[in-house]
Design a protein around this ligand. Structure first.
Ligand code: SF4
Length: 462
């Protein structure tokens, strides 16, 4: 995208916090401002106005957002606060931060140009819809901030579930899905821009379509996206009940859908899952993992877990530790429970002492390390496609990811050139032989020159 800035307009910087769903909103705002003639930059020092797209998921995230706001206020910047913290604490932020010139809610970022124009006129703007209903689509201009070869694609916004620990439905509203046609159109646009890895995101991607079509349609969406010329399609956030036989069939039959399952299971014990308001998950966890592995033996499984949820006793935690041991996930993220005001879990009795929760987290991480290392080791000797993302300027080593690793959260592949003598560039996808592994990463070397020439030819035509 090329936008010509108008000289009279202020330069606007963006500071981004939070998850990749928030990142897509940042990218839409960047696109809208750039299209309207504003010069946008990531360097706050260059700008008089800074849009801070904030996070409010847990206390730690709120503190990081507030630190950023205070830092910018101290530098004398005019600030527009958008995102989850803005949705959560609009009045408090306007009252306590005179430098905040506008507050923009999670369902209102599409109005960023109008908001900025009003700020330029000297107004103080509160643009927060109480119940967010908007979801961005392919008609909004978007300036991507990720590597050229990777893009997030938001298939829905909001969540209809009410997990007891989660504030997200309050901040992002109920689920609203985009149509399959709209998503496929955006995927085509991204393919034309050279994207090689498309990551489908929403709060629960397996629930995609329920609000719009009256039934979940992830299987149909994946089949439609299978027609788009993008080598890797990765699905994030699968709620276990949504991985129906039809959805699993789509994962196994569509060549460009990666057999990568991101399952935020949170816990395994039925009593804790009931307290978390995820009761229907309990009977399904282990059988689901067996079904996935039966159908897709090379499936990569990631999960996130919460320890120290109110009422979690030793026996509940031991159930979870055994579950993790038995199911041998490839990647596990462990978080200690964070009591969020405004969620049902905040009011639950029997909170677990912080030091007990931390010790459980450490134990689970230590236990998982040998499993992750052993799973990684199984890839040694295999030839895999690697999407190159960086080049070490000193050693010439190529650094990228294979399908086993999602960006930001998993490991990387470190490649030597081997004897190919070929000049491989960032953004290309090339075959490599995996020769070594450690806890998180893999090492390898480019394989036969002819295979790489063929791969690059395919890259070029895509
Ligand atoms: S499904 Fe996810 S986003 Fe929805 S309420 Fe539960 S944890 Fe929050």
């Amino acid at each position: 995208m090329n936008f010509v800035a108008e000289q009279t307009k202020p330069m606007v910087a963006f500071a981004h916090l939070g998850c990749e769903k928030n990142l897509v909103d940042t990218e839409y705002m960047l696109g809208l401002l750039a299209e309207a003639g504003y010069l946008v930059t990531s360097n706050e020092m260059d700008a008089s106005v800074v849009v801070v797209n904030t996070c409010s998921f847990i206390q730690e995230a709120r503190e990081a957002s507030v630190r950023k706001l205070v830092e910018l206020a101290d530098q004398g910047k005019e600030i527009i606060i958008s995102g989850c913290l803005a949705q959560h604490f609009q009045e408090e932020l306007l009252d306590s931060l005179p430098e905040a010139k506008a507050i923009v809610g999670t369902g209102d970022y599409q109005n960023i140009v109008e908001v900025l124009k009003r700020v330029e006129r000297g107004e103080r703007v509160n643009r927060v819809s109480k119940n967010p209903t908007f979801v961005g689509d392919e008609t909004l201009p978007r300036l991507r901030t990720t590597a050229n070869s990777v893009a997030y694609l938001k298939v829905a916004e909001g969540c209809d579930y009410r997990c007891a620990f989660c504030i997200i439905p309050k901040l992002r509203g109920n689920q609203r899905s985009r149509t399959i046609d709209s998503i496929v159109e955006e995927a085509r646009q991204l393919a034309n821009q050279g994207v090689k890895e498309l990551i489908l995101i929403s709060q629960i991607t397996t629930n995609y379509g329920i609000d719009l079509y009256g039934e979940p349609r992830l299987g149909d969406l994946l089949r439609a996206l299978g027609e788009v010329e993008i080598p890797w399609i990765r699905v994030h956030y699968a709620y276990p009940t949504g991985l129906t036989p039809e959805v699993l069939a789509a994962f196994s039959e569509i060549p460009n859908v990666l057999p990568y399952f991101d399952l935020p299971l949170q816990h395994s014990h039925p009593e804790i899952l009931r307290a978390m308001n995820r009761p229907w998950q309990a009977g399904l966890n282990a059988s689901l993992i067996t079904r996935i592995r039966d159908l897709l033996p090379d499936a990569v499984l990631r999960t996130t877990l919460i320890v120290g949820f109110p009422g979690e006793k030793d026996e509940h935690f031991e159930h979870l530790a055994s579950f993790v041991q038995e199911n041998r996930f490839d990647h596990v993220g462990v978080f200690t429970f964070s009591p969020e005001e405004g969620t049902p879990a905040f009011l639950l009795p029997n909170h677990v002492p912080v030091e007990v929760a931390s010790a459980r987290k450490d134990q689970l991480i230590a236990q998982q390390q040998s499993i992750s290392a052993a799973n990684n080791q199984k890839w040694v000797g295999k030839t895999v496609d690697v999407l190159i993302e960086r080049k070490d300027s000193h050693t010439g080593e190529l650094i990228g990811r294979c399908a086993r690793f999602a960006p930001e959260v998993d490991g990387e592949v470190f490649l030597s050139q081997g004897s190919t003598g070929l000049d491989v560039n960032v953004g290309q996808m090339v075959p490599a032989l995996i020769t070594g592994s450690d806890l998180y990463d893999l090492t390898g070397e480019l394989v036969g020159a002819q295979k790489i020439v063929d791969a690059l030819r395919v890259n070029k035509t895509n």
